[in-house]
Ligand binder design. Structure first.
Ligand code: F6P
Length: 556
């Protein structure tokens, strides 16, 4: 396997980038009235405008040629065929099977997993129905109107993001909380808002071994018992979402209260599985199913559309162009929709845990930059925080601007103002402002010549900052599903071209291992512990200091 950066198609793109060095994006628009039509497309209820990237037809041709040389279409076929494309963990990658409504069958190791998916989804539907109509009761006979999802990473971010995005669809009278951090304040602050008689704890963990989740689950259990619950009441107030039946049983949750998924569902790709139970409980199972159907519509587009008309593939390719040839090391996710406020956090895990890799699937160095730093905030908040750097900083940052033409919640002229910003910011990033324009504006303000000379450099915007616009009619369960699937497939396409395995995450392990060692060296409050000496001087010094402070705090 050769590094992608060594092949002819890569060299052609390097030549394209060099050839465009003196060309402005503004100029590309001025010279080509058909640019918007050519560099935009629609699929699964989403419209993508990628014309505000510094690309030409030749660049797109070369990007498609690169994807073809990397056998993107073959990799796509291998994924949907259930091959163990997650080679380092020897696992298939079949989250699309969780939302297949086309009647396809998916096999893993000879087993038809479509039947398992359907059976588990039916159990979820039945459970949701019984919770919603009050048939599932707490220990004192009251209906359960509150869900606390205890999970972290993919067992938290997806459900949390979706529940927030679908606020107008919440089932009346229901409350949902999400506890992820091992910082006890997260759980304690949540518990303070709960009625133990009407709360259902949903313990979400693919492995059921994650320290944060098990610690929070044990503490929630202890709280429940301290509030008057008995051991035999646990079954009424705790359910588990996991692949690990043994660990769930060891925790004390019986099989009837467990909703299963499988090792071919990656944690960050799991909201479509049993991990979506908290979504279904909060927005209703029908809306959860619509979310799956929206993702399915994007899957159908992704599997069938030729690369040149394929939204995830094109989003991946312009992203790769910006990352590898335009020098953009960071990518901003900017939803102009308050209900999508957790989308950037969700995509941080999806993208950075998938493509934050430095070796190829065969273990050799990748030889080029891979996944960018993902960050973001809802618009317009980000405009008053970090957009300064995007407009005038020294580093190129690419961005996705995401909006719905119709708000979920119309209020006066708020939405027009929001959309005006959604449109104006990418235009400003693309156009920039020249010296002459800056001077003209200052002259128009009646500034003196010396003020104009002094201020003009500060008022220049280089422009040419690459952005995509993703527009939908309205944020609904369907369009949200399509949006998430769009990003899942985009990330997959980039991973294939870089030659990395996007489906493992060994990079999170080292810190976890070290934390276990350090945990044994931190003194309990008030306890005398000899100074730890097993680490570097900085870690040792901090351990000593924390132990000393905690001893002192106990003394007070
Ligand atoms: O630490 C990373 C990770 O393994 C993620 O990939 C995963 O989403 C998260 O931890 C939680 O894992 P689990 O669902 O097994 O508790």
């Amino acid at each position: 396997m050769t590094s992608v950066s060594k092949i002819a198609q890569w060299k052609a793109l390097e030549a394209d980038a060099a050839g465009l060095a003196e060309t402005s994006l503004r100029g590309l628009f001025a010279d080509d009235p058909g640019r918007f039509e050519r560099f935009s497309l629609e699929a699964a209820g989403l419209f993508l405008d990628y014309s505000k990237n510094k690309i030409t037809d030749a660049v797109v041709d070369h990007l498609i040629a690169l994807a073809t040389a990397a056998d993107l279409e073959g990799a796509r076929a291998r994924m949907v065929a259930g091959e163990a494309i997650n080679a380092t963990e020897n696992r298939a990658v079949l989250h699309a099977a969780l939302r297949d409504f086309a009647g396809r069958t998916y096999h893993v190791g000879g087993e038809d997993v479509s039947r398992l998916v359907y059976a588990e989804r039916t159990r979820m539907k039945d459970f949701c129905g019984r919770v919603h109509d009050g048939a599932v009761k707490g220990r004192t006979g009251k209906a359960l109107d509150t869900v606390v999802n205890i999970g972290i990473g993919g067992s938290d971010l997806g459900p949390l993001m979706a529940v927030e995005a679908l606020r107008p669809y919440w089932v009346k009278g229901r409350r949902a909380f999400f506890v992820s951090n091992v910082d006890g304040q997260h759980l304690a602050d949540t518990l303070a808002q709960l009625d133990p008689e009407t709360t259902l704890f949903v313990i979400a963990s693919k492995t059921f071994t994650t320290e944060e989740t098990l610690t929070n689950a044990q503490s929630a259990r202890a709280w429940f018992l301290a509030q008057g619950g008995a051991e035999e009441d646990i079954a009424k107030h705790f359910v588990a979402l996991s692949t690990n039946e043994h660990a769930v049983a060891a925790f004390g949750i019986d099989a009837d209260n467990m909703f299963r998924f499988w090792d071919w569902v990656g944690g960050r790709y799991s909201l479509w599985s049993a991990i979506g139970l908290s979504i279904a409980l909060q927005v209703g199972f029908d809306n959860f199913e619509k979310l799956l159907r929206g993702a399915h519509a994007m899957d159908e587009h992704f599997r069938a559309a030729p690369l040149r008309e394929n939204m995830p593939a094109l989003l991946a390719l312009v992203g790769l162009w910006n990352r590898n040839f335009m020098g953009a090391g960071a990518h901003a996710v900017l939803p102009y929709d308050q209900h999508l406020h957790r989308l950037p956090a969700y995509l941080q895990q999806l993208d950075m845990e998938s493509n934050g890799k430095r070796v190829r699937a065969d273990g050799a160095a990748v030889g080029c930059a891979t996944g960018p730093v993902i960050f973001g905030e809802p618009g317009t908040n980000g405009q008053h925080a970090f957009y300064q750097l995007m407009h005038q900083g020294t580093d190129a940052v690419s961005a996705d601007f995401i909006a719905a033409a119709v708000s979920q919640t119309e209020l006066g002229d708020h939405h027009e103002k929001l959309l005006a910003n959604f449109l104006a910011q990418p235009e400003a990033l693309m156009r920039g402002r020249t010296q002459e324009e800056a001077r003209e504006e200052l002259t128009g303000e009646g500034r003196t010549q010396s003020a104009i000379d002094r201020l003009a450099p500060h008022k220049v915007f280089p422009g040419g900052r690459p952005t995509n616009a993703i527009l939908m009619e309205k944020l609904t369960p369907e369009t949200l599903g399509a949006l998430i699937a769009l990003y899942e497939h985009k990330i997959f396409c980039q991973g294939v071209i870089w030659g990395i395995n996007s489906f493992d995450q060994f990079g999170v392990e080292l810190g976890k291992q070290l934390a276990r060692t350090v945990r044994g060296e931190l003194a309990a409050i008030g306890e005398e512990k000899p100074a730890a000496r097993a680490h570097d001087a900085s870690t040792n010094g901090l351990i000593d200091r924390i132990n000393a402070i905690r001893r002192r705090a106990e003394g007070n």
